[in-house]
Each structure stands twice: as C-alpha cells, then as structure tokens.
Design a protein around this ligand. Structure first.
Ligand SMILES: [Zn+2]
Ligand SMILES: [Zn+2]
Length: 402
C-alpha cells in the first residue's frame, strides 16, 4: 500500500497499490535530525564544520575570490563572519556544486568547464571572420552582409551566455523537514512522509500531476520539478542538465536555450552561405588571378575553413533544435519525454500540459514563458541561521512489507 493524496480534498488519503508496500521516508542513521529529536534548536541542523581560524585577506584576494569568482563552500572554510554577507556567499553543504561570478550575478557548476569550450567554439570563427574575411566582404559584397552576420552572432552569443550562467530555476532547500522521526518509523506519519501525491485533474486519475518529495533537498517538489544529480538541487520545470552549458536547463533559462539553438543554426547557415559566395565570387567579379574553385580556395583559405567549420558546427545544434521543436510543439520536457514516452515506463502517461494546439504550445515555450525571479535570491542579505543553506543529510526512502 502506498500513501498518496488523491482528489481535491485537503487531507491526504491512502491509495492502495499492487506492491503492498508502505513507503516512508527514513532518516540516515547518522543524521543530526534524529539526535536532536527533542530539541529543535538551531544546533539541530548543524553539521560538523571544517572551519579554520578566520583570516584577514588582502583586498585583491578578496576581490578575486569573494567577488570575481566565489565558491561559497570554500568561503565557509576560511571565513566565519556571517553578518553583512549575501546569500550566494553562504553554503554549508559541502556537496553544493555552484560557483558564483561577479558578486553572485552569474553561476556555473564546479567541475569540467565544458561551457568555456562551447563559448570558445562560438567565439573562434567570428574572430577569424572579423580579421580575415569581413573587410573583403564589406567592400566586394555589401556592408550589410557583415553587419547582419555580426548581429546574428551577437544574439546567439548573448542567448548562450544567459542560458549557461543563469539560475535555471533552483528551488530553496530544507523547506519541508519531517517533524517526527522515531525508531526509524513513524506512526500516523505527517504529510512529509507521503512520497507521491497525485493532484486532482479534469479527467481520470491517470491524468493527474504527480508531486514528489525530494529526500535530498527536503522539499515537496512543485509539478514538473526534478532533482538534478549534477547540480545537487531541485530545478523548476526541469528540462535536462546540459553538459555543453555546464548548467541545468529549466524554467528560467529554457527560452534562452531554445533561441540559442535557433540562432546558432541560423548563424552557421549564414556563415556557410557567405563563405561559399566569397569562394565562388571569381565567377561574377574580378579576383586577382583566380579562375577556378581550387585557386579561389588557395586565395581565400580561411573561407574554406569557415565553410568546413560551419558545416561541422551546424550538425549538433540542428539535431537538438529539431528535437526541441518537436518537444515544444507538444509542450513536454526532455525529461518527461525520455522517462514516460520514449522508454514507455508509464504506458498510461498523459501530458496534462499539452494545450492540444501545436501553435499554442510553441508560443508558450518560445515566447510566452516569463523568466520570473530567482527563488533563492542569491544577492539578498544572508540572515544568520537561515536553514536553506544548512547541511542536512539526505533522507532515505524505505519500504516495509506487510
Ligand atoms: Zn532535490
Ligand atoms: Zn543540473
């Protein structure tokens, strides 16, 4: 039997399932929650901090390590001062993955900086173009050709930048911590112990939206929210974790991601066309001593390079764009598609977010979604004792056979 909340009633009810298991959330044996069951003081949530004596750092060091590039977990080790600090500077969970830049304005994930390589692959061709090709095209083709390419490229790069460095829709942690855990079981468990709730919907029960409890972040996830194992956070309207952006793609940056794909494809095709035109220009205009395509390639070697580069660079974004055009026409996320449709894990899956109009679905995803505010408010002032930044061990799901 699985506990679940059904229908529109406020009180949770029990729903039988074929597994005959009762699923609860259990604490990890060594967590501080259970130890401090009778005493819900602030110490309740403290983990063993590896703090060393605070050091007074030189200004340039503080500028670089606390403002320009800031790893909040590292800062916790070297600095105990909490007053006057901002939320992005506080992270007492050593497993947290974010590193912040420019005073908490931008963020990325610690580890392999693949987004830097992606950024370099976007920047390198435009540098080559500007140095070697732009002048020739400006004078022989039209200034508009050059200006249009630079404009498309700038748009594409800005969308890449926003998608890679924005908060994807990270939810604050530790909002719904179970209140009573005793001897690894709980009689009359509180709401927090139900591992899934089906929200009411217009059709049959299978049309419902399943809402789950995240045992790592200790929150009830809003609909369409998933936990990202790479970022170690729950992300609103989670689409996928993109290794090329080194960031999750979710509620707050999905539109940037979509437009980046589109603009990257448009930019590649445009570059391909103008480079081919430059290579073939000898047929309509005067190019010194050039009478064949091979001579033209020797005369404009970087045009040939840009033709090859744009064909290779077009391939992956074009595939992704086609896939996301399909997904957005159905208003389904990558995660929902892979979990429920492609793998057919849940044969009775119904996408309740589909408006049944391709154009409406496309509009919602490409134009209609608001960016909304960051739910973690990284640049707000930190309030000492704010439990959202504390380390609390993950709970474990367990089943009891009856
Ligand atoms: Zn989570
Ligand atoms: Zn992620």
């Amino acid at each position: 039997m699985t506990f679940a909340q059904q229908g529109s009633t406020d009180e949770p009810t029990f729903r039988s399932s074929s597994t005959s298991n009762r699923t609860y959330l259990e604490t990890h044996p060594e967590i501080s929650l259970r130890r401090s069951q009778s005493n819900r003081s602030k110490d309740h949530y403290h983990h063993e901090e590896q703090l060393v004596e605070p050091k007074s750092l030189p200004l340039i060091h503080r500028f670089v390590t606390n403002w320009l590039i800031m790893d909040p977990v590292l800062l916790q080790i070297y600095q105990r001062q909490l007053h006057g600090t901002k939320n992005y500077e506080i992270e007492k969970d050593p497993d947290a993955k974010f590193v912040f830049f420019f005073g908490g304005r931008l963020r990325s994930i610690k580890g392999k900086p693949v987004n830097v390589i992606t950024g370099a692959m976007i920047v390198i061709p435009v540098i080559i173009y500007c140095i070697f090709e732009a002048k020739w095209q400006w004078h022989h083709l039209s200034p508009a050709v050059v200006v249009t390419f630079i404009y498309i490229w700038l748009l594409a790069f800005c969308h890449f930048w926003k998608a890679a460095t924005s908060d994807a829709g990270v939810l604050p942690k530790n909002l719904h911590i179970p209140k009573s855990i005793n001897k690894e079981q709980v009689e009359n468990p509180p709401d927090e112990y139900f591992n899934a709730i089906t929200l009411p919907s217009y059709g049959s029960t299978r049309d419902g939206v399943v809402v789950k409890y995240c045992s790592t972040c200790h929150i009830w996830r809003p609909p369409r929210t998933s936990h990202c194992g790479t970022c170690q956070v729950c992300v609103l309207n989670h689409d996928h974790h993109c290794v090329f952006l080194n960031n999750c793609v979710g509620e707050r940056n999905y539109m940037y991601f979509l437009w980046f794909l589109l603009l990257a494809c448009v930019g590649c095709i445009y570059l391909l066309i103008i480079s081919i035109v430059q290579l073939c220009y000898y047929q309509i205009g005067n190019v010194a001593d050039v009478t064949s395509i091979s001579q033209s390639a020797k005369h404009f070697p970087l045009s040939l390079f840009l033709v090859v580069y744009s064909i290779l660079a077009l391939f992956y974004p074009l595939l992704l764009l086609a896939f996301h055009l399909f997904l957005t026409s159905q208003n389904i996320t990558t995660r929902e598609y892979l979990n429920n449709v492609y793998r057919r894990k849940h044969a009775d899956f119904v996408n309740v977010f589909d408006t049944h109009s391709i154009w409406k679905n496309l509009y919602i995803n490409w134009f209609g979604s608001s960016r909304a505010v960051s739910l973690t408010f990284p640049r707000n002032e930190y309030q000492p004792g704010d439990i959202r930044y504390e380390k609390i061990e993950p709970l474990q799901l367990f089943s009891i056979e009856y």
